[in-house]
Design a protein around this ligand. Structure first.
Ligand code: DGY
Length: 322
């Protein structure tokens, strides 16, 4: 039997690529060049499986019935870049890589929270520019994080990892908003309280941290109206997906002093970051680093391949999402 033909769209960790080479007729991408939509369309006709990442848009124009493609094993937990309905209609199975990146993503959310609250990016820029003339009582005064109130939107694995850090690391009061009710014992583990709606949560928090999925359902969940419900001394942290926040409305709120600051790891049109945000001292901006540790990237790659192996062995992929 010929080995399944697999396309890996980006350069992956060495050990994961070695595992793929041993078991599949695999095409790797050592130059790490982003595939165009037409490359991906052609690949759907030529490969049994594609292992994409967030940088590959697999829309209905790419995923079409009648091609050779049978499996999409996304390397990443978020999969709003894949048209799952089109995949289902074409009989293509889709999987993702949950769990393994929860800790590191929550670490980056907490990094951003601390950066904006304590003005760490600003302070570093100030020092490197040679402007520091020594300690003074009024210099770069930020906000105290310990004991403050955090609102967590989306209480899945990453939201809970953030709650653990906030509660047990910083003694924060944790409020949660989630589509479905969270079990009392889960909330109790973080001393958390679930509020009925996002609108109810917003005026209550010093920090709002987003951990919900992206995609059409949550596009601009945080828009101008909701930003106006937040306190002017509050901060917004987004490590979920760029589309969850109306970036233009956010920049306006920051510029007008209607929000104290924002920490962003994701953007509406990655890798484009708007000039308005770029120019803002009270925005901490990272280049989508949530899962970017050696340990987590290895684990994500292996988890994607576990799903691929299961699929071609005729088993149910453990992280099947469609
Ligand atoms: C994820 O896993 O969703 C990361 O954002 C990378 O795609």
């Amino acid at each position: 039997m010929p080995k399944p033909k697999v396309l890996v769209t980006r350069a992956w960790p060495e050990a994961v690529e070695a595992r793929l080479k041993a078991n599949y007729d695999v095409t790797l991408n050592p130059e790490d060049v982003i595939h165009s939509a037409s490359d991906l369309r052609a690949a759907a006709g030529e490969y049994d499986a594609i292992l994409p990442t967030v940088t590959d848009r697999l829309g209905a124009d790419v995923i079409q019935p009648g091609g050779r493609l049978r499996f999409i094993g996304n390397c990443g937990v978020g999969y709003s870049h894949i048209d799952v309905a089109a995949a289902k209609a074409a009989g293509i199975v889709v999987s993702n890589t949950p769990d393994v990146l929860s800790d590191c993503t929550a670490d980056i959310a907490m990094t951003l929270l601390l950066m904006v609250a304590r003005r760490a990016g600003e302070g570093e820029r100030f020092l490197r520019a040679g402007l520091w003339e020594g300690w003074r009582p009024g210099q770069l005064i930020g906000r105290k994080v310990s004991g403050a109130t955090i609102g967590i939107v989306g209480f899945g694995r990453i939201g809970q990892a953030m709650a653990a850090r906030a509660r047990h690391g910083f003694g924060m009061k944790v409020l949660v908003q989630n589509r479905s009710p969270i079990a009392p014992e889960v909330l109790a583990a973080y001393g958390a309280r679930q509020v009925a709606s996002l609108d109810e949560l917003l005026p209550e928090v010093d920090f709002l941290s987003l951990h919900c999925p992206g995609g059409a359902a949550n596009r601009h969940l945080i828009d101008a109206r909701r930003l106006a419900l937040m306190r002017p001394d509050a901060f917004l942290i987004n490590t979920a997906r760029g589309e969850v926040v109306d970036e233009a409305a956010l920049a306006e709120a920051l510029a007008a002093g209607r929000l104290a600051g924002a920490g962003l790891d994701v953007y509406e049109e990655e890798p484009k970051v708007t000039a308005a945000l770029m120019g803002m001292e009270n925005a901490a901006l990272l280049p989508h680093l949530g899962s970017a540790t050696r340990e987590t990237r290895d684990a994500m790659g292996h988890r994607a391949v576990d799903n691929l192996d299961a699929f071609f062995a005729g088993r149910e992929p453990p992280d099947r999402v469609a």
